[in-house]
Design a protein around this ligand. Structure first.
Ligand code: 4AD
Ligand code: MG
Length: 432
């Protein structure tokens, strides 16, 4: 297995005879010539078979090939300008490695639920492959962005004793003799402790929310990247967000052209995503939304349709800042200029993709934080260590969380987050 040849490398082997393995996408023959298209995850390869140049048994085997059969092929690599990878293979030998009979996913239309029940096979389709590659680019660009800026990665626990965001969407499990543990809704609280050690930190991992909503933006398990920065206030935080989001989008435009073409993404909608992003206070946003006929009242979090409306105010993502404290989590810093609000922001993506980031400056005053914990009826003893951070050298700090699936959906232009993760976890879906 050591010298595995991949389709993407064939351009450097023009004139050589090679053997490689892959899966059959299509096979068709007419008269004395047959065309077999193989894929191997790195590209597609057209194999040309001419009846006169191969033995009878190879010819018969080629004619019997079916969709998704795994094969080993041998042949000469030839330049071919019309092929996607610039080369084709003059097939001389064929070995069937694994037959595929009646592959369930055919070129005809399938229902969404059928496709998700066959997610393990559906992942092989061109479109799904393209989405996974964009996701991979998004994840790598996230890592690169923070590495280049000297942030230290801190992996936070997934089993936790304290509620991170809100009590309503917790997954619970028994934890030995210690009672209930919750699957993490966020790594933030732990990250704040790490920020007091390392200054600029981030965590990146799966996050769990028992969301009973069946919207196109919600998963029960999603990946979130969360930076936390000592001495950053809310304005610094938004500047970091616009640099970050722009970096990720521009990186996909540069390196994932092919995949975005497969997805028929109108990339002209992504080109303008460069800093600075427009900023509108929550209070101003509500006034303008009301002017534009929305019925939202001051004090409520923006609904999906309100977010879509706000996003039409620019061709870039839009920051809405300083939400009412009732609409947001307990840890956000009270706004000294308007104590009804907190120093927070959401970043709303264009084209109806809605909130991709939630962020805030954190409450750094011990007594105010404690009173917020009490107001929200959170179990005080679970937060003793979190309050300690305000007792031993408290510090101005801010951070945010960006949901990977929502960003991938937006960049790919796919309507629903469930297609942007290999095996989505939703209220009514845990298999495959
Ligand atoms: O706004 P959220 O709930 O913020 C936090 O969890 C903070 N602790 C982050 C921080 O400040 N460190 O979630 C952040 C982002 C959302 O903007 C959204 O992109 C994504 O996480 N998200 C979800 N994505 C998919 N499915 C869900 N159920 C999601 N809930 C949030
Ligand atoms: Mg939020």
């Amino acid at each position: 297995m050591s010298d595995v040849i991949r389709i993407k490398d064939l351009r450097n082997r023009v004139g050589q005879t090679v053997s490689l393995r892959g899966w059959v996408c299509t096979a068709r023959s007419s008269g004395k010539i047959a065309f077999v298209v193989l894929r191997d995850g790195t590209g597609n390869l057209q194999c040309v078979v001419s009846k006169n140049e191969v033995g009878e048994s190879v010819w018969e085997a080629v004619k019997a090939l079916t969709h998704e059969t795994s094969v080993k092929v041998t042949g000469g690599v030839r330049e071919d300008a019309r092929s996607p990878g610039g080369v084709e293979l003059g097939l001389t030998e064929l070995t069937i490695l694994g037959l595929s009979v009646d592959f369930p996913i055919t070129p005809k239309e399938h229902s969404t639920s059928f496709l998700f029940e066959h997610r393990h096979l559906w992942l092989r389709s061109k479109r799904q492959e393209a989405i996974m590659k964009v996701r991979h680019e998004v994840v790598q660009s996230i890592r690169d962005f923070f590495y280049e800026r000297d942030f230290c990665l801190v992996d936070t626990p997934l089993l936790t004793a304290a509620i991170g965001e809100e009590a309503g969407t917790l997954f619970e499990t028994e934890y030995f003799d210690l009672g209930k543990a919750y699957l993490a809704q966020t790594g933030q609280l732990y990250l704040e402790a790490a920020a007091a050690s390392l200054g600029m930190v981030y965590c990146f991992g799966p996050t769990f929310r028992a969301e009973k909503s069946k919207t196109r933006r919600h998963l029960a398990e999603f990946w979130m990247v969360e930076p936390e920065v000592a001495w950053y206030d809310s304005d610094d935080n938004m500047r970091l967000q616009e640099d970050f989001v722009s970096y990720v989008v521009q990186r996909c435009l540069e390196r994932r052209k092919t995949e975005l073409e497969v997805l028929e993404r109108d990339t002209s909608r992504l080109v303008p995503v460069e800093p600075p992003f427009p900023r509108v206070s929550y209070t101003d946003a509500i006034a303008r939304l009301q002017d534009e006929g929305r019925s939202i009242e001051w004090g409520k979090d923006l609904g999906a349709e309100d977010e879509t409306k706000v996003a039409t105010w620019s061709d870039k993502p839009v920051f809405v800042f300083n939400y009412p404290k009732e609409a947001k989590a307990f840890y956000m810093k009270r706004n000294p200029d308007d104590p009804r609000t907190v120093l927070s922001n959401d970043c709303l993506a264009p084209e109806g993709y809605g909130e991709i980031i939630g962020g805030s400056q954190r409450e750094d005053d011990h007594d105010i934080l404690l009173s917020r914990i009490r107001e929200e009826n959170l179990p005080e003893d679970a937060y003793d260590w979190y309050l300690d951070l305000r007792k031993y050298g408290t510090f101005v700090h801010s951070g945010f969380g960006m949901g990977v699936e929502r960003v991938v959906a937006w960049i790919c232009g796919v309507p629903h987050v469930r297609e942007t993760i290999a095996f989505p976890r939703q209220m009514h879906r845990i298999r495959p």
